[in-house]
Ligand binder design. Structure first.
Ligand SMILES: *Cc1c(COP(=O)(O)O)cnc(C)c1O
Length: 416
């Protein structure tokens, strides 16, 4: 018998420059917050941290919604919690799909028994809001589920008109803003979004494992109607609001029970992920200290420099430029070049990671994220330098040296 040597090996985490659409590099302040001692989940010191998180989330989502709190799990946990709470078997749900994350709404909706209606537009474009509104009038769904920033194609769907129409028609609008939250404006109240899922490991730059959500009273009302009237802990008010409808089909994602933990009642549900809560608290402080507008401007500037560099290098950007997401830039892999080979040279020689894409775009585009803490001049210049060298290494033709100069021009013009 030979003894296992795994335990004698130290955890090996190589230094990386992450320029993917998430997970992204985390500010050292957030990592330090995560190393704070664990508090009990009902300790007043901890519940105060929870309340502060709620308050900061309202600011970040630009909402007055009381229910602005995190779900434990990665971003799809937030999507699943809202679908689980709103969809009963047979409820109609309309999903306009313009990339892979629209399919995720369909996948989760189906599992909860939704009567799914979809509409699609070509990847690389978004919907004309009028087209979506016409479909809403035709289908008359209970819920419209829409992605704000489609990470797979780098496009961003305008939401205000659709939001207004949903409000007028009495339809609930659920929005996945996982890849845009804290990188570009997400205006929950102004755009009439009933429920919004934000992301942690993208522009907020907190490690994956927690997901901020917000929802208004229209959603809360639906949740309370389905509240499980539990023996022992139900109050008369609980019994009164429960309409005997089907209880939410998930225990972990029961927003009714989670509300009881995130309210002054502090009823036990699952153990809150303490260290992730600290990380979220510190991440939100960083966002609000910078200021939302400053943060959005920083994302736009780095996006502009990256795009200028890519084009000056002689590469083409993918997708309709009028609906481009400021936090993800999609680049066409030049004909005759193996996109994965370039990515692997970039990773092994420069320690820089960029992403490929999915489905019909697999092997055809690279996706470069400029998100949160990683959205910086040094990272943008590093990825341009590394990409150029890797392309040359893989035998591609590029305009040598021009990409970096064009990007530096953008920064100098902006006075950086
Ligand atoms: C990353 C992402 C998700 C999924 O998040 P997970 O953390 O992997 O669960 C969902 N929607 C969009 C738009 C995303 O970019």
């Amino acid at each position: 018998m030979t003894q296992s040597t795994v335990s004698s090996r130290a955890l090996k985490v190589p230094p990386r420059t992450i320029m993917t659409p998430g997970p992204v590099e985390v500010d050292p302040r957030v990592l330090r917050a995560m190393s704070m001692p664990i508090l009990g989940q009902f300790d007043p010191a901890f519940t105060q941290i929870m309340n502060e998180v709620m308050e900061m989330l309202r600011e970040a989502f630009q909402t007055k919604n009381h229910w602005s709190y995190p779900i434990d799990g990665t971003s799809r946990a937030g999507i699943e919690a809202l679908i689980a709470g709103l969809i009963e078997p047979g409820d109609k749900m309309l999903v306009p799909i313009y990339g892979r994350f629209g399919d995720l709404f369909v996948e989760i909706g189906e599992r909860y028994g939704a009567d799914i209606h979809t509409m699609e537009c070509p990847w690389g474009t978004v919907f004309d809001p009028e087209e979506v509104i016409a479909e809403i009038k035709k289908v008359r769904p209970k819920v419209v589920a829409l992605v704000h920033g489609e990470t797979s194609t780098g496009r961003m769907q305008p939401l205000a008109e659709i939001g207004r129409a949903c409000r007028e028609l009495g339809v609930l609008l659920v929005v996945d803003s996982v890849a845009t939250f804290c990188g570009t404006a997400v205006k929950a109240d102004e755009w009439c979004l009933d429920a919004v899922i934000g992301g942690a490991q993208k522009c907020l730059s907190v490690p994956p494992g927690i997901v901020p959500i917000t929802y208004n009273e229209r959603v809360e009302k639906e949740i309370l109607k389905r509240k499980k009237v539990e023996r022992g802990i139900a109050t008369d008010a609980d019994r009164k609001s429960a309409e005997g409808r089907m209880p939410i089909r998930s225990n972990y994602f029961d927003l009714g029970q989670l509300q009881d933990y995130w309210s002054e009642r502090r009823l036990n549900h699952h153990t809150e992920a303490t260290s992730m809560e600290y990380a979220l608290h510190e991440g939100l402080r960083l966002v609000l200290d910078e200021g939302l507008e400053n943060r959005f401007a920083r994302h736009r500037l780095n996006e502009a420099a990256l795009m200028a560099g890519i084009e000056a290098m002689g590469l083409d950007l993918f997708g309709d430029p009028t609906c481009k997401m400021p936090t993800v830039t999609c680049v066409k892999v030049p004909i005759g070049v193996n996109g994965d080979e370039v990515r692997s040279v970039l990773l092994s020689h420069f320690g820089i990671e960029i992403a490929g894409s999915f489905g019909s775009l697999q092997g055809k585009i690279w996706r470069i994220g400029t998100m949160g803490y990683g959205c910086r001049q040094d990272n943008v210049l590093a990825v341009l330098a590394g990409l150029e060298a890797s392309l040359i290494r893989c035998g591609a033709q590029v305009n040598r040296g021009e990409g970096l100069q064009a990007a530096i021009d953008v920064y100098e013009k902006a006075g950086e």
